[in-house]
Design a protein around this ligand. Sequence first.
Ligand code: IPM
Ligand code: MN
Length: 355
Amino acid sequence: MPFRVAVLPGDGIGPEVIDEAVKVLKATGIEFEFEFAAFGGAGIDECGEPLPPKTLELCKAADAVLMGAVGGPKWDKIEPVSKRPEIGGLLSIRSELNLYANLRPAKTMEALIHASPLKEGRSKIDLMVVRELTGGIYFGEPRGRRDNGNTAYDTRLYSRHEVERIARQAFEIATKRRHQLVSVDKNNVLETSRLWREVVDEVAKDYPQVSTSHMLVDNCAMQLVRDPGQFDVILTENMFGDILSDEASMITGSLGLLPSASLSDAKGDAVFGLYEPVHGSAPDIAGQGKANPIAAILSAAMMMRYSFGDRETGERIENAVEAALRDGLRTADIHEKHTQVLSTSEMGDAIASRL
Ligand code: IPM
Ligand code: MN
């Protein structure tokens, strides 16, 4: 049976970059069944819902989900906010599909090393942010307003179970990398962080081969700029992970090139996951063939590795991307002197042909 991939192109540059990811997957020679569905603003336009029930069903029936990006000015003012692409789309699909483990690798690409804003030599990084994705302040209840709207509140809530399962994922990943894990929290202030630390320490006992430490989030933000090379796996909660993963991606100098995976529990021996670029929908350049498809293509590589257990194909795709960059091929966003500017689909072709 071919792998069933639910494809959600989404909005803005999403459809363009997803086309290239699908192109590269087809070029691997592996047989896939791609099923496309509307999501985000496109879902609202098609049937009034950012996450149409049909789309959700399709995702649940698939082996993995490949997503572009969602949102844009057209849908930014929709009321209630729960109908906007980011909340009714992105947050809902994470929660509905139980995608609690968000993997955001930040790795320097040799060919782009001088694009890092950090001083030469400081900037080489190869780390993985493992972000809890379905709990914490993004989802905690109650939330709302009181005092005639003049006071607002959100709730940061974590259960032992939620911390334990994300910690296990992070430790498992650390065992396949450089065996170093830093758990990030704000345990000097927050009760959720004290529980977090307690549970991480318990899980750590099952992984004596991993060296584990704790770091406060403010210190981590600073250490990422001071010496990002010190990190291997960073394990953290939802909102800290949102912020730190943006920071980590920027210092690689290749922000627009980074993929992500959002994983659930294993179904049988395959891990169900949703794969998407870290970048957004970039409505300002949508439809012009200027978007960089590399993050989407590398997300497809992560899909091969994590959901299909096919590390070799994942590496083949990653190597093809690096080869294209080494050959001086660039999209406009990462163009420099002496490099050649390609359109979105030309870059997809160049990578597919290097597989
Ligand atoms: C991300 C985004 C989302 C998040 C927003 C759009 C809801 O910033 O995927 O990092 O905060 O999780
Ligand atoms: Mn974010």
